[in-house]
Write a new protein. Structure first.
Lengths: 426, 472
């Protein structure tokens, strides 16, 4: 009899890859709306269908009891090199920083290794999607490194994983390349600041010319010029110069941010500032232009010897207080799973707690142009959800279950498998 | 120049808060680590030591009272692997056995990272030579007494150590030239032995074989001299002296290691040669040989979650600390980084997620356990009567990612106070502005730099030095 019941139960259970789920009896944190104690969330066919205090099962959704647990939207890391960099020191395992100054036609998506061990490791930290950037931020004189992909951390192929394959165009804003200070002096550097500045201006001029080329290309194309020839580099620039795709501009210093904003004004392109290490006087400027910022690591050293010890810790709140929309990235691979802790440290030093959470979820989605799909628990959005036993920004919290587009995904990884295997060693 | 002036200001500022000798921290959650948690507890500091821990401790008339209500007091954090306060490079990379050099000789007490670490609750660091050699330089334990001189940083009575290194780093200079890479010595570097893990083992075996001969020569000499004979003393060898100290248990071995094979190799070589490995550093695959590490009696000082930055770090797991702890190894979490050392309490919190350690076990990873590994657990590492008053007051529980240190004491002297730090900032800004104006004025009048364009200082690029301490 018992066996028969089990058989019957099995018959009505949805398939393992079902993308419909009802999570009941759980504290729901939608992020964009008020928290619901003892609430329910129903996901049907990968999308959130209903949120409320009590929802009856329907549509073949699997029922999960979330008693005593918290339900948050899956977190987003808005700046990583996941999928393109497996082992940093082994060049053969790294696909970052292609040769060439302008590579807008390169797509991170197509080189994203879906079997990278990092995918599972990052997922275990409560992160359901991330940006994979084609550049490391320091590579070889490149200015436009390529198209960054917004990826789900689930799928058999990169194609299945991609949420927004060409979410943003990564640009390393040219900087005055003077290390300066005692180290450079010790190395006997002979270049003057003027030399460095001139080189910088020359690079900016080349960038402007490239954008000018793209514009002329578009004109020729639109006009149907008889000798028009397709150019894949310039073709890839069209969404940028048309303002449809944001430039994801890495600019670490106050000067680079100012110059990047001036550049965006001149070229009439949409930009996001990425991984700034200081705010300086750029707050009002960014606010006035409604330019958002993807912050890098909060847990970092101050840039200058005479900065306050907590300068990187207070930086996120400085941007927030200035009225700038922020979200978090880590701009690496190894510590991409720790992005919630970067937000927590910012909260410890002034950023309001709810803003820290938004900067891991809804803000990230909106800044990356996926605000209609990700970043909050709302009807119609993808069912990217995490069940936790506490605040997901706390290291001591356990991520208990994860759903990506309504499908439960494993939280096992290379790390948990080693743990289980070696704990058993006699 | 402006850095020097600012540093001097900080020194002066430190003296300003470095006075109270008798302090009562009242009505706070005391996380003793070794004797449980005292809610609404008091801790009395007298003569640099913890004089009382408990409830309703009465304040002596001369005591400064600190209200700790709603806050958390923990022992000063201890880092078993640091390269902070080392002047210049941490590697004497030209030889495979650089046991003759000593970090103690190159301590820089003005390294701003000392202050930055203090502000993260760190009070003690094991300052190590780099990992370029199978047998590296001599190491020293310091207290982060910001504002004091180099000799005053030294942890009184802490046993000195020596760095060993296994695996990729010591064999790197033995690779055929491969061009520039993050971890390559570079095409220009001359190859030097060893270039394999086998060679690393041989260097250690060879050096200790020589050390034993040297030890015997001196023993014979001393015996003959004691008998009233007049033997010629053996030639002094500064390379072998510290290795004899290792053989005689007078110097600790702190061994940088990654893979389980090399860890086991070192334990067996040490067993054979008759010395002990005090700590295995990094020890990312320690979880595979935890049983052997525990049997040898070595401690393990690892990272919370570093992995994948090189092939020997690919089998790393953040569960490493928990597995080793469960299998009987004394485990600590270290930083090896000017940055990470600023929040080792948050690294400890990760062991609760990765392996399910409880709060006390997690805190022990950055307090009493590293103290045990450094042989200083009779003096620091927990809040107990008679121990040094090395204490950190946090605004929230230190295992919360939302917490931050407010005050830090070393030997009962307050070395960090967040309120004072905030108070002093406008003054620093004014000093800085005045200096910049002065510099600009000198530039205009053609003095100083002869009117040439002046590099305004660091403006771009990461300040982290990958060539020095760098990645392990």
């Amino acid at each position: 009899m018992k066996a028969l019941l089990l058989l019957l139960a099995a018959a009505v259970l949805p398939a393992a890859d079902s993308n419909s789920v009802l999570i009941r009896n759980v504290s729901v944190h939608p992020v964009t709306g008020p928290d619901i104690q003892n609430g329910s969330v129903l996901v049907l066919d990968g999308k959130v269908a209903e949120i409320g205090p009590k929802i009856a099962p329907r549509g073949g959704a699997r029922v999960v009891d979330g008693h005593g647990l918290q339900l948050y939207p899956g977190m987003i890391n808005a700046g990583t090199n996941i999928g393109l960099d497996e082992i940093q020191a082994l060049h053969d395992s790294v696909d970052l920083d292609e040769i060439g100054m302008f590579n807008p036609e390169l797509r991170a998506e197509v080189a994203f290794n879906p079997s990278s061990q990092h995918v599972e490791v990052v997922r275990a930290g409560g992160i359901t999607s991330l940006i994979s950037l084609p550049g490391s931020g320091g590579g070889g004189g490149s200015v436009i490194t390529g198209q960054a992909a917004l990826m789900h951390l689930d799928g058999w192929t990169w194609e299945e994983m991609a949420v927004k394959p060409s979410a943003v165009m990564e640009m390393l804003f040219p900087q005055i390349q003077s290390g300066g200070g005692r180290r450079q002096a010790a190395a006997g550097a002979q270049r003057s600041y003027r030399d460095d500045e001139n080189q910088y201006k020359e690079r900016l001029r080349q960038v402007s010319l490239f954008f000018e080329d793209a514009r002329r290309y578009e004109k020729a194309k639109t006009a149907g010029a008889p000798d028009f020839q397709r150019d894949i580099k310039l073709e890839a620039m069209l969404p940028v110069i048309d303002g449809k795709q944001a430039l994801f501009v890495r600019a670490s210093t106050e000067r680079a941010i100012k110059d990047a904003v001036a550049f965006a004004d001149k070229e009439k392109v949409k930009i996001v500032i990425a991984d700034p290490r200081e705010i300086g006087a750029t707050g009002p400027l960014l606010k006035a232009h409604q330019i958002a910022v993807v912050l890098g690591k909060t847990l970092a050293l101050p840039e200058h010897e005479d900065d306050p010890y907590d300068a990187p810790y207070t930086l996120p709140n400085e941007f927030f207080k200035a009225g700038v929309k922020i979200c978090f990235g880590t701009f690496d691979v190894e510590f991409a799973r720790n992005v919630p802790f970067e937000a927590a440290q910012a909260a410890a030093f002034g950023l309001p707690h709810d803003e820290a959470l938004k900067a891991l979820t809804i803000n990230s989605a909106e800044i990356l142009g996926a605000g209609d799909q990700l970043g909050s628990i709302e009807k119609g959005k993808l069912g990217d959800l995490i069940l936790t036993d506490g605040d997901p920004m706390e290291a001591k919290t356990n991520i208990k279950q994860m759903f990506i587009a309504g499908k439960e995904v494993s939280l096992e990884s290379r790390h948990t498998r080693e743990y289980e295997k070696w704990m058993k060693r006699p | 120049m402006r850095y020097l002036v600012l540093s001097l200001s900080l020194l002066a500022a430190t003296v300003g808060i470095d006075q109270a000798q008798t302090v009562l921290i009242r009505n706070t959650t005391v996380l003793t680590v070794t004797k449980g948690t005292v809610p609404n507890g008091d801790v009395l500091i007298e003569n640099g030591k913890v004089a009382a821990v408990g409830k309703n401790v009465s304040a002596p008339a001369n005591a400064t009272v600190v209200d700790g209500s709603g806050k958390f007091l923990m022992p000063g954090i201890i880092d078993c692997h640091s390269h902070t306060a080392v002047e210049g490079s941490v590697n004497e990379g030209t030889v495979s056995d650089s046991s003759m050099v000593d970090i103690k000789d190159v301590l820089d007490p003005t390294d701003i990272n000392i202050y930055r670490a203090l502000a993260g609750g760190l009070t003690v660091s094991n300052v190590l030579h780099g990992s370029a050699n199978a047998i590296g330089g001599q190491t020293t334990v310091i207290k982060l007494r910001w504002g004091k001189t180099a000799p005053e940083l030294l942890f009184e009575g802490a046993k000195p150590g020596i760095k060993f290194a296994l695996g990729e780093n010591p064999k790197r200079q033995g690779y055929p030239p491969q061009g520039q890479g993050l971890f390559n010595a570079g095409a220009a570097a001359e190859r030097r032995y060893p270039g394999t893990r086998m060679g690393v083992e041989e260097v250690i075996r060879q050096s200790f074989t020589e050390a034993k001969i040297y030890q015997a020569e001196w023993k014979t000499y001393k015996e003959r001299a004691a008998r009233g004979e007049h033997p010629i003393p053996p030639r002094k060898d500064l390379r072998l002296e510290p290795l004899v100290e290792v053989l005689e248990g007078q110097r600790y071995v702190h061994a940088h290691s990654y893979r389980s094979d090399e860890i086991l190799m070192l334990l067996r070589t040490a067993d054979e040669m008759g010395f002990k490995i005090r700590t295995l550093q990094h020890v990312l695959e320690g979880y595979k040989v935890a049983k052997e590490i525990a049997a040898h009696g070595a401690g393990a000082s690892t990272f919370s979650d570093w992995w994948s930055y090189k092939i020997e770090a690919y089998d790393a797991t953040p569960y490493n600390a928990a597995i080793m702890a469960r299998k009987g190894v004394v485990v600590s979490l270290n930083s090896d980084s000017d940055e990470l050392q600023r929040h080792l309490n948050l690294e400890a919190a990760k062991t609760m997620r990765y392996g399910g350690l409880n709060e006390t076990e997690a805190l022990a990873m950055v307090t009493i356990n590293p103290a045990k590994q450094l042989g200083i657990d009779d003096k620091v590492g927990s809040i107990e009567v008679g121990k040094s008053a090395d204490l950190v007051l946090f605004d929230k529980h230190p295992l919360s990612d939302f917490s931050k240190p407010l005050k830090v004491w070393i030997d009962g002297h307050q070395y960090f106070d967040r309120d004072k730090d905030l108070e002093m900032r406008p003054g620093f800004e004014q000093q800085k502005k005045a200096l910049q104006e002065k510099q600009a004025a000198e530039g205009r009048s053609g003095r100083g730099h002869g009117g040439a364009a002046v590099n305004p200082g660091p403006t771009a690029g990461p300040m982290v030095d990958l060539t020095g301490g760098g990645r392990s």
